[in-house]
Design a protein. Sequence first.
Length: 138
Amino acid sequence: MEHNNTSKFQNFVRILLGLFMIMAAIGHFTFQRDDFQAQVPNWVPLDKDLVVILSGIVEIVLGLAMVFLTKYKAKVGIALAIFYVLVFPGNIAQYVNGTPAFGLDTDQARLIRLLFQPVLIFLALWSTDSLSILFKKK
């Protein structure tokens, strides 16, 4: 059974994350496509454009789910947190390789971005009350 013990602020953050994911997905398919391709690590054995399209599809599904699937918000929050973990190697590759994308054209800017990934993971879990499921808090 899903918990519905989220505050108005948590719901606001959940919806904001969902909208962020939807906008990112639109970027995958349109105006940020090259930037997203630049983040796909060279060791990924798939075409970079395919990875961008597939991850964009996942992002739009997760974004819509964050906004509209409130009955399953805790499970969706866990799925989004897992997604953030799975794309983190791309952010690391951007930093290690010094790849300019998304206006991040210095090592310092790319490093600062790395620090935000754990924040996104936490917000996905916190805003959906997923932490109570993960830690069996009732």
